[in-house]
Design a protein around this ligand. Structure first.
Ligand SMILES: Nc1ncnc2c1ncn2[C@@H]1O[C@H](COP(=O)(O)OP(=O)(O)OP(=O)(O)O)[C@@H](O)[C@H]1O
Length: 587
């Protein structure tokens, strides 16, 4: 729990020190009040006392109360500042950590859980800081100070206060015992609720098209009801606390006055006034002690939830990324643009079976190597090993003759122009989406962007958009068609001027003609770059220098189109199933 507070900087530590000073001032002023009360009581009962003395003591009480108010405000402001800064620091660290994760860690946590951990969980800890800084420090100071002040007075009063405190602690103990397990499940349920909401929103079109609103509602309702019931349970348990505390406070006041009445009744005349004054003072201090315990109760309510959140945040911060940076940034020129797989096998984390097995091939500079096979045969998995989105389970993946594990990730990614299966665009403009990220050079020239757009055959629509290259792209590229998004993401890869292109079924949303034109312009404009193309259409890969046929993760064919048409039954099967489509497209 405390580990997370190591994220606080020196500045926050100083602010916390300053708030400690204000807390001590506030407690001192609060505990000064009963002294003045006692003084006024004495003055009222003493014959010949002056009204001005009572005013003076009353004025001091007002000053103390005002000073206490100012200190309380200062502590609240400082605590909020510390909490806000803490939130910002931890949120950034989480974001940074998640960026270093491979797909393995991301799917291990799940996207929705990572979002909850970066938002809701941090809020819980922030809340603890805001409330806790005041209560955790203030409560023990008040309790101890007030106890010192009342020590030496009647033991009967002290006993009554002790009983009240034990009763309070028992109540709190039972409440925490009942609520703690539920507090733990609250964050997990929030994850699930976020997960269902996210899935529903991202798949809204399908939900609508399939009249699946009721189904989605039911799924949402199940999690929502569970979350609501858990909240209700914890609130019900906690709702007993306030009246219990009130009961203890009233009971204690009653007990003090009752005991006081008996003590005063039994005392000699000269002691009656002192006892009366003691009783007034004692009851104020006793209330301070009960208040201190009440503050601790707030902490007891906040700590369990926050500690669950801290655990969840720490889990992310302490996860060691499976993909560790190597040191190589430069590779020998002789093997520039080569990609080599040496007996590579891979299975997904926690999966039993290999998804690709014993794959070996080499793609040389400028060559086009294509991958084809039935769906689920492992094509995407195979090419994902090149930019190290996953790590090969066995065997070696070499880029420019060097194992991908030995490169710094930045150096490796600067060699690669990777176009994902599902085009991903970001909130911004066409230009910002193309000149995206760090290309390891001196940024992007305007001409690089324009050339990339032309090579990707995207000029045809980009130049017609309102604003052209500066046209707005909504988050996820939702204001562009599938084919337009694909071409912008291809232009993004081209603008990097990489040694190696990886196209993961990136031409699937293009019509046959655009597909052909794009391949031709790539061949012309990016002649030196090696192109690895995953495709479903024979037409897209027919002219490749080499085609690798995958079946259930194994390489069952390796050669040119003409060679494979003679030697590979699997390739022939795919080719014949598409031939008529190809012919239609060529017409
Ligand atoms: N993140 C993952 N975790 C576990 N298994 C996965 C994961 N991604 C893919 N798989 C499994 O790995 C196998 C190969 O998937 P892959 O996406 O590489 O196939 P593909 O040949 O590219 O298919 P397609 O042509 O349909 O895109 C599939 O059986 C799939 O179920």
């Amino acid at each position: 729990m405390l580990k997370i507070f190591k994220n606080l900087t020196m500045k926050e530590a100083l602010l916390a020190g300053l708030s400690l000073v204000f807390i001590v001032i506030q407690v001192w002023l609060d505990l000064k009040l009963p002294d003045y009360m006692s003084e006024i009581t004495m003055l009222v009962q003493t014959e010949g006392s002056q009204m001005s003395d009572i005013y003076a003591a009353g004025g001091m009480m007002l000053l103390c109360a005002f000073g206490s108010l100012i200190s309380a405000v200062a502590v609240a402001v400082l605590a909020s500042k510390i909490a806000a800064n803490f939130g910002a620091i931890v949120r950034f660290k989480l974001f940074d950590k998640v960026l270093s994760f491979s797909m393995e860690e991301i799917s291990g946590f799940s996207t929705s859980s990572l979002i909850t951990r970066s938002t809701n969980d941090i809020n819980q800890v922030q809340l603890l800081i805001v409330m806790g800084l005041q209560a955790i420090i203030k409560a023990p100071i008040i309790a101890v100070w007030a106890m010192v002040k009342i020590s030496g007075k009647s033991w009967q009063w002290s006993f009554a206060t002790g009983v009240a405190v034990v009763f309070l602690m028992l109540t709190v103990g039972i409440a925490i015992f009942l609520a703690m397990p539920k507090f733990k499940s609250l964050q997990g349920l929030t994850d699930r609720l976020n997960g269902v909401t996210r899935e529903n929103l991202t798949g809204l079109r399908v939900v609508r098209a399939y009249n699946a609103e009721n189904f989605q509602e039911e799924r949402f309702n199940t999690v929502n009801t569970e979350l609501t019931n858990t909240h209700l349970f914890t609130s019900r348990v906690m709702s007993f606390m306030q009246p219990s505390i009130q009961l203890v406070m009233s009971g204690l006041t009653l007990a003090i006055y009752w005991i006081g009445a008996i003590l005063i009744n039994n005392a000699g005349f000269d002691m009656k006034l002192t006892l009366f004054s003691d009783m007034i003072v004692f009851s104020s201090y006793a209330m301070q002690i009960v208040m201190a315990f009440m503050m601790l109760i707030i902490i007891f309510i906040l700590v369990p939830r926050a500690s669950v959140s801290v655990q969840r945040i720490q889990e992310v911060l302490e996860t060691k990324p499976t993909i560790i940076d190597g040191e190589v940034t430069e590779a020998p020129n002789a093997q520039k643009g080569t990609v080599e797989f040496k007996q590579v096998s891979f299975k997904y984390p926690d999966a039993e079976d290999y998804v690709i097995e014993d794959i070996s091939f080499t793609a040389n500079q400028g060559e086009t190597v294509a991958f084809i096979g039935s769906t689920g045969s492992g094509k995407s998995t195979l090419i994902n090993l090149i930019p190290r989105l996953y790590e090969a389970t066995s065997g070696e993946v070499l880029v420019d003759g060097i194992n991908v594990k030995d490169y710094t990730q930045a150096a490796l990614h600067n060699r690669i122009g990777y176009v994902t299966q599902k085009a991903r665009l970001f909130d911004g403009t066409i230009k910002s989406n193309i000149a995206y990220g760090d290309n390891g050079k001196d940024g992007f020239l305007e001409s690089d962007i324009v050339e990339a757009v032309y090579t990707a055959q995207a000029n045809e629509f980009v130049e017609k958009l309102e604003g052209g290259y500066d046209a707005k792209v909504t988050p996820g590229g939702t204001n562009l068609s599938g084919g337009q998004k694909q071409r912008v993401s291809i232009a993004r890869a081209i603008a990097r001027q990489p040694e190696i292109f990886i196209f993961d079924d990136s031409f699937s949303a293009l019509d046959y003609q655009t597909d052909r034109q794009l391949r031709e312009s790539l061949r012309k404009d990016c002649a030196d770059a090696t192109k690895l193309i995953v495709a479903q259409r024979i037409g897209t890969i027919k002219d490749a220098d080499r085609i690798i046929v995958l079946d259930k993760g194994r390489m069952v064919g390796n050669g040119t189109h003409d060679e494979l048409m003679k030697t590979s039954a699997e390739y022939q099967e795919i080719a014949y199933s598409q031939l008529s489509k190809e012919e239609l497209a060529n017409e």
